[in-house]
Design a protein around this ligand. Structure first.
Ligand code: MG
Ligand code: ZN
Length: 224
């Protein structure tokens, strides 16, 4: 019985995610779901990206956190549309709470939405949020074995970011192993090796995002 209830709930989430995806696609809005450990640098990656991205007035961020609005506050200076979602203990976002956050955004003004998921490498992977792209964010101090130990995230990722490459001289990290494991699990996702801290390597990541934003914008909104 418990299993059936869980299946019903997951089915409802899945359906909501499909509705969210269809609505954003029709509106020409590209949504990116960032998944990574606490401390992998998701918020700093967003800050550095906002510093360089054009048309900030067309960007929104949905900040998922267990508690506090600290990450959202770090992004306030960009004047972007911002919604903070506190999960109240849950270690992931699901489509219902993202749909609720979208209702608080002025969607007509938007082309690009980033979701910073709750820091966690495991269960956010199971929850489709209606995103167009899912980005796995890993970082050098976490070690080269993250793809090997958390394969589902890397297998399903649209892109992989390896952050904090500036720390490679100071911590044990085998970049070739990391790269080969990402490739073994996922033959398609581009791997962006960068430092959100000093800005090295950001350009290819930004180009990837902008290309997708532009393609989506050009395709929508669809008039009936
Ligand atoms: Mg953060
Ligand atoms: Zn969870």
């Amino acid at each position: 019985m418990i299993i059936n209830v869980k299946q019903d709930v997951l089915e409802a989430y899945r359906k909501r995610a499909e509705e969210v995806r269809a609505e954003l696609e029709a509106r020409g809005v590209y949504m990116v779901n960032l998944i990574g450990s606490p401390g992998s640098g998701k918020t700093l990656l967003l800050e550095r990206s906002m510093e360089r991205m054009p048309k900030l007035e067309r960007i929104a961020v949905i900040e998922g956190d267990v508690e506090t609005q600290r990450d959202a506050e770090r992004l306030e200076r960009f004047g972007i549309q911002l919604v903070s979602v506190n999960t109240g203990g849950a270690c992931h976002l699901e489509a219902q709470s993202v749909a609720g956050a979208l209702e608080r955004l002025e969607l007509d003004a938007l082309e690009l939405i980033f979701i910073e998921n709750v820091g966690n490498l495991i269960c956010p992977v199971e929850f489709d949020l209606g995103e167009a792209a899912r980005v796995a964010v890993s970082s050098v101090p976490e070690g080269e074995d993250k793809p090997t130990k958390y394969p589902a995230l890397f297998r399903e990722a649209s892109a992989v970011v390896l952050n904090k490459v500036d720390l490679a001289p100071y911590v044990p990290f085998d970049p070739d192993y990391f790269r080969s494991e990402v490739r073994r699990l996922n033959g398609k996702a581009p791997l962006f090796e960068l430092s959100a801290s000093n800005g090295d390597g950001l350009d290819p990541w930004l180009a990837w995002i902008e290309e997708r934003r532009e393609r989506r914008r050009a395709a929508g909104p669809q008039n009936e």
